[in-house]
Design a protein around this ligand. Structure first.
Ligand SMILES: [Zn+2]
Length: 248
């Protein structure tokens, strides 16, 4: 954790000091070594946030783009009698969870239920076999209303009527096909491939922004279709994202 209570103030880790967890009130000790980022650590985590993952430099850098009062905000779940600490919780009531490691679908669901307005920022550099492929037309372009995207590495589409009738050998189209070639490709939308994908992220209900480093985030989007839903990426500037959620 970046913050703990020391003499009643919410402060960052101070070498050699013992403080108290803002959430569960238990003792925490300052860890100010030279390898990991300086942080507070519980002596025993047993009564604190079961969702908490070890804070990395990636977490810390993300938290620090938001103002101090938005970082590490604790909530108490009366029913479950559990503390949960949101990485970022803005004055607009938006919770941003920074996730550096994979997550089970059960935990993902419980967090999505717990926070009314949750947004995930996920460290995509930890994904194995994740590849941004090429720019595509906006999948929600009305000109594509009569088509469905096939969920394959090579971008192809079929007619919606063929999907509806579950035709065994539907006609396959690409964006080079005569009837689709005039639909403009957008630099904001991308197809991707993901070997051994984390299924939990593909099933999430709340918005997911994948951080691959650099100036942009890739929002994981889903086009609802008859055959099977199509997942794609929407490019979002990191600056715009931060500006949007920094407003007080
Ligand atoms: Zn605690």
């Amino acid at each position: 954790m970046q913050y703990a209570l020391l003499n009643g103030d919410r402060v960052e880790a101070v070498k050699g000091k013992t403080g108290f967890c803002v959430g569960c009130g238990q003792k925490v000790i300052a860890k100010c070594g030279s390898v990991k980022i300086h942080h507070w650590a519980h002596i025993s985590l047993s009564h604190c946030d079961s969702w908490w993952e070890n804070e990395t430099l990636w977490h810390r850098q993300w938290k620090e783009v938001f103002s101090k009062q938005f970082r590490e905000v604790s909530f108490y779940d009366e029913k479950l009698q559990e503390f949960h600490r949101a990485d970022v919780h803005t004055s607009a009531g938006v919770t941003i969870e920074l996730q550096n490691s994979s997550i089970t679908f059960e935990e993902l669901q419980s967090r999505e239920c717990f926070y009314p307005k949750l947004i995930w920022v996920v460290n995509g550099l930890k994904f194995k076999g994740f590849k941004v492929l090429k720019s595509i037309p906006n999948p929600l372009n009305p000109l594509l209303n009569d088509y469905e995207f096939c969920d394959s590495e090579h971008l192809s589409l079929i007619r919606k009527t063929d999907a509806l009738s579950q035709k065994s050998k539907p006609e396959i189209f690409t964006f080079y096909s005569q009837e689709l070639k005039n639909i403009p490709v957008s630099s904001a939308f991308y197809s991707f491939s993901w070997k051994n994908a984390h299924q939990s992220w593909l099933q999430a209900s709340c918005p997911i922004f994948i951080d691959l480093g650099g100036h942009f985030l890739y929002r994981l989007r889903r086009r609802h279709q008859i055959s099977s839903n199509y997942s794609y990426l929407q490019l979002v500037s990191k600056k715009a994202f931060i500006r949007k959620y920094s407003e007080t």
